[in-house]
Design a protein around this ligand. Structure first.
Ligand code: ATP
Ligand code: PRP
Ligand code: MG
Length: 281
């Protein structure tokens, strides 16, 4: 039976659960459950703290896991990323009271509060800087005003928490993160793992695209196809009226409204966009 780790709470938990449910796996009936046995799919799910997941997967105790790239990096576990899951996007930044124009070099000899001590230590090491790391479990942004740190290193999503506490990020991102499906580093993928990865990939990929259908005058087919090339090439089917063809192609979700405008301007009719719930390639 395949053993898979899923975040039990925090920012990644809900989206991870939604992707797995869409991929056909059994849902948790109670948010406090720590395991779910999905006999129909021969998978056992373990609901763990996202911070611990890379440790279990890296040691081979569990076969696969969903966690954040930043957390996996900080854990020091050796894991391979199988899929970028398209949610939980964040950067990991140094920050300090706004208005002073800090540089990373000025962190030397200072106190830096963080929940990701290994990620910060590695970055300081690469830069040849020595600083005191204050390890906190969360709510790191408050630590400067409470007097325990001079600067912080933390996850930035929208940037709202930094602004609320009068802080400004400085220096490059230490890690551009998102939710990832990981396996043990260098481990051979079993048939069961490959199937699980394909199902999850199918849902994640489906979410990033929409299917566009439209009716197109034959004379405009070349121009229309250039707008909607699809993955291989668009599907073109004859219509009862020989002057027209029906065209179908996958397009990136982010671009689909603009493409629909362009197709309409070109002369296409009955332009439809539909969600793709899952796919295989
Ligand atoms: N505001 C955010 N926007 C985007 N991603 C975020 C945000 N906060 C956290 N993350 C990402 O979510 C992952 C796990 O963080 P999360 O905060 O859920 O864990 P945690 O701090 O251990 O749990 P909790 O906050 O419940 O104590 C990390 O990969 C992080 O980059
Ligand atoms: O840039 P923003 O969109 O404001 O998000 C960033 C905040 O979100 C996370 O905190 P979380 O809610 O996980 O609380 P925690 O600090 O207790 O982990 C992260 O640690 C930041 O504090
Ligand atoms: Mg958190």
């Amino acid at each position: 039976m395949l053993r898979v780790a899923v975040p039990n709470k925090g920012s990644l938990s809900e989206s991870a659960g939604a992707v797995l449910a869409e991929a056909g796996y059994r849902k948790r009936s109670d948010p406090k459950d720590l395991t779910v046995l999905d006999n129909a799919n021969d998978v056992e799910f373990f609901f763990l703290r996202p911070k611990d997941i890379a440790i279990y997967v890296g040691s081979g105790t569990l076969d696969l896991g969903i966690t954040g790239r930043d957390l996996a990096l900080d854990s020091g576990a050796t894991v391979d990323e199988q899929i970028s899951m398209g949610f939980g996007s964040s950067t990991f930044r140094y920050a300090a009271p706004a208005g002073k124009g800090w540089t990373v070099e000025e962190l030397a000899g200072k106190r830096i509060a963080t929940s990701y001590p290994n990620l910060v230590r590695a970055d300081l090491g690469r830069r040849g800087l020595d600083a005191e790391i204050i390890r906190l479990d969360g709510a790191v942004e408050i630590s400067i005003q409470l007097g325990v740190a001079d600067a912080i290193a933390d996850v930035v999503g929208s940037g709202r928490t930094l602004r609320q506490h009068g802080l400004a990020a400085f220096g490059d991102s230490l890690c551009d993160s998102e939710a990832v499906l990981i396996s043990q580093g260098g481990a051979e993928r079993t048939k069961a793992a490959k199937q699980f990865i394909a199902r999850v990939q199918g849902v994640v990929f489906g979410q990033q695209y929409v299917m566009i259908d439209y009716d197109c005058p034959r004379t405009l087919l070349e121009q229309a196809s250039a707008l909607t090339p699809g993955l291989e090439s668009p599907t073109v089917a004859p219509m009862a009226d020989p002057a027209w063809v029906a065209v179908r192609a996958m397009v990136p979700r982010k671009e689909h409204q603009g493409l629909m405008d362009e197709l309409s301007e070109l002369g296409a009719k009955a332009i439809l966009a539909t969600d793709i719930r899952s796919c295989r390639f």
